[in-house]
Write a protein of this length. Structure first.
Length: 284
């Protein structure tokens, strides 16, 4: 072999063998890479895990952001106001918190001890959803701290018993922002306990608040039995299974206008008055 390398023919043969050997090694390297890996683990470098979104804060009183409620104990968020509704402060505004158990049972927002048994596992408005706020004006001057309108009024929180695995995914419909003072979007009541859909005034009817106006909620049981009563306790044995007006359907309001052209925050008419709810009686 030494003598062959020293001759022109031998040198050419030897160099040719080296080239073929190098090409073969390179080809295996490329082939191994395309088949799913290199020596360090293969393929494209692993993409970095997406950074966890940070909650937004705002120094502008006209803009606030929905908080992250997932993983929080139901008793540790918000407060129960004098009307028995669960509320959360957003700057100068407040937003209602609606608890929904996927089984349909009533989660009483007034029962602080009972709420401690629940943890939030989902919410219908994602964290950092923007809430626009407008304040009451007098003589074209804003009155600080007195909210006249806000683009979102409530967040639905899906809850489960502490220590239990997450239930099957529930339909958490994100409700669109209300476009202006005189336009609102129908909420999603399906899956809610009937007692968490609104409130019962003295005449025994169920209503829900929509900014400057209210919608009547007419509940009808699947089996034809009468649904109603003087208080929310009478409604807590039912869960909503359907509604006749789709969630996020917009309806409009007409304000009262004085003869001098001044507009009052008193609604004279609206394009939707009632949402009919089909409900099912819960097993005792």
């Amino acid at each position: 072999m030494r003598r062959n390398v020293e001759t022109p023919v031998g040198r050419r043969a030897f160099l040719g063998a080296l080239c073929l050997s190098a090409l073969g090694i390179a080809g295996c390297g490329r082939g191994g890479s395309s088949a799913g890996g290199d020596a360090s683990g293969g393929g494209q470098p692993a993409a970095p895990a997406p950074a966890e979104e940070e909650p937004k804060t705002s120094s502008d009183p006209h803009v606030q952001y929905i908080k992250n409620y997932k993983g929080k104990n139901a008793a540790s968020v918000g407060y129960t106001d004098g009307s028995g509704l669960r509320k959360e402060s957003l700057g100068d505004a407040t937003i209602r918190l609606v608890y929904v158990d996927p089984s349909g049972v009533y989660v009483d927002p007034k029962d602080e001890e009972g709420l401690k048994d629940y943890v939030v596992f989902d919410q219908n408005l994602p964290m950092n959803t923007q809430v626009d706020i407008e304040f009451r004006t007098i003589d074209d001057e804003e009155v600080a701290g007195i909210v006249a309108w806000q683009s979102h009024c409530e967040v639905v929180l899906a809850v489960k018993k502490v220590g239990e695995p997450d239930p099957q995914p529930v339909d958490m419909t994100p409700i669109d922002a209300f476009p202006d003072h005189y336009t609102a979007c129908v909420r999603d009541y399906v899956g809610r306990n009937l007692a968490e859909c609104g409130y019962v005034p003295s005449e025994g009817q169920l209503w829900d608040s929509y900014g400057l106006t209210m919608l009547r909620l007419q509940a009808d049981c699947e089996d034809g039995s009468y649904v109603g009563g003087p208080d929310l306790a009478a409604l807590s044995g039912y869960v909503v299974v359907s509604q006749d007006v789709a969630p996020n359907t917009q309806f409009t309001m007409e304000p009262t206008t004085a003869t001098n052209g001044e507009v009052y925050d008193l609604i004279s008419s609206q394009s939707l008055e009632t949402v009919s709810l089909s409900v099912r009686r819960l097993e005792q």
